[in-house]
Design a protein around this ligand. Sequence first.
Ligand code: BGC
Length: 695
Amino acid sequence: MDAGRSVPDEQVIFSDVLAAGGEERERRIDALVARMSLREKVNEMSGNSNMLKLLVMAVRYGIWTFDSGGCKRLGIPALRFTDGPRGVCLDHSTCFPVAMARGATWDPALQERVSSAIGVEARAQGATFYGGVCINLLRHPGWGRAQETFGEDPYHLGEMGVAAVRGAQKHLMACAKHYACNSIEESRFYVDVRVDERTLREVYLPHFRKCVDAGAASVMSAYNRVNGTYCGHHPHLLTEILKDEWGFKGIVMSDFVWGVRDGQEAANAGMDMEMPRRWRFGFGFKRKVARGLVDIEKVDDAARRIIRQKARFATVGDPAGYDGKQVASRRHTELALEVARKGTVLLKNESGALPLDRDAVRKVSVVGELAALPNIGDRGSSRVSPPYVVTPVQGIRDGAGKSVEVAYDNGHDLEFTRRKVAGSDAIVVVAGFTYKEEGEYISAMLRAGGDRMDLGLPEDQVELIRAMAAETDRCVVVLEGGSAVTTDPWDREVEAIVMAWYPGMEGGTALSEILFGDVNPGGRLPITFPESVSQLPFFDKRAKSIEYGYYHGYRHFDREGLEPSYAFGHGLSYTSFAYSDLVVRPAEIGAEGVLEVSATVTNSGSMSGDDVVQLYVSCPGSSVDRPVKELKGFERVTLGPGESTTVVMDVPASELAYYDVDRGSWVVEPAGYELLVGGSSRDSDLPLRASFRVK
Ligand code: BGC
């Protein structure tokens, strides 16, 4: 890079930083920071939303960006932040299926395209900083914001999170959040998550590390405490692990409003930016710096990090620029449709209930309030207001064709509903949750969001399902929601269950295509659906303190020998798949080695379809306590009837390491390992097995 004009250090401005690359850029960043007054540095370190703006945004989120920093004197631009995980919060953007639905696609390349589209829409609306990469691990499916993340498994989360960072960062800075252990909503501002170091490293942090390695510009600290200390004040999390050990060069930003409780503690612990407004980095903060209570080196480091990322992203993006026509463009709404098709999970399908044959069915009844509701998820910081939403009933009407009568009833009056559905060849009941029952929780007054202590459907919906199941031998339940739903006691009474999640603005179209068999469902659960909450680790939405143990999700089910209703990785198809020819090379690898695993998958049915080949590893003779198996690879494939393909997956030995707390380091254990390949985390679905050794 041409370093531009030669410039004396005492005259460096932001454009001189931009003009240089590599070490010279770093040198100029130092020079620029040396020129900045304490006031200018602290200004970089804080959001500048005024109170009026915050009050308006509390009622109507996403009208404006949240801005921070910026210095005219030195030519430093401000950052303009927007959210969110399923699309841009700002006006009329594309609403994609929620992150959990995207997790169910098991398709990182698709996720990258989605995040890139979100990046385009964010830039087109003036944002330069995007906060929608939520990668908190789902420890318990009752978490109200489950829909914002990709699932329960650290490996799967890492792959999806990295794809999200890559996609968004083609256009703007991205922030991975909420670091760390943020997975209870209603007590998020105070709960103390007690977690031992090994669990933290192996279960709750690996996906953050992968996003850092992939170049995430920023990491947002969580509201909650970890082992007694607020995440925003946590030297171990922010400085020792993130910055020192992982070498993170980006910006640590606080979660909004309550993310910094004490400016001095936060800055000294490694917090670089308080959002969305200068509070704890405000009154008295500069005096504390002057008195040496806040380490000036921390302030300089924060300023350097912020300027470094601003410079890195100043030239990122489409050189042709962005315009409003790209927001909710046809291309993007079609992408939302593709994701809804790929993320829908067929949980159950008995007696060939699905797909519905347009030539054979004359009347389909669609029942339930949610069937006619634009139900796209949470209305907190992940809220998106798309220009339109295709509801289930609208999608089914549009897709049924002329020969099929589609009747709809909200199901409020069971007697009336029974009469209305009489003579149906199939009844589709749409049930589940809305933003009222789950999502970001601000206060009880808003009557929205929060956690689900009970994973079952509301009583009236259960009653409706059972009543409809009694009316037909083809009752299809479509579930909407951000996380697991317990399907007992009605599960056995219905023929088919489809998990649609919050399927975005084109959800109704995708659902209809799947019900009528135009699209073959290929989504797989990125979380475990338990039979009852009693199978799960302890969860309390008002917990002041809670223990996060080493086991949760399928690892917990495997260890305890529990049968879930629907396992992690599960999902049916209208076709069938067979696995063969597992080859693992070499049979022995070193701690730095990479295992090459290949397996053949064949579409053994008569319809084209997608499968997700899953690879799990176990270490039966380990010297430490270990999960029965852990996901270490996956690949989604599309196959025509009778077609086969060979999937190749690399497993680096480093992925098999455990964290040795005494040594304070990762250990790749010399031992024998077993490798299992198949179509879900259940043993019976993992027909291919092989052994290998690590030296
Ligand atoms: C949420 C964050 C979000 C921030 C800004 C907070 O309430 O917890 O996830 O990024 O608001 O939108």
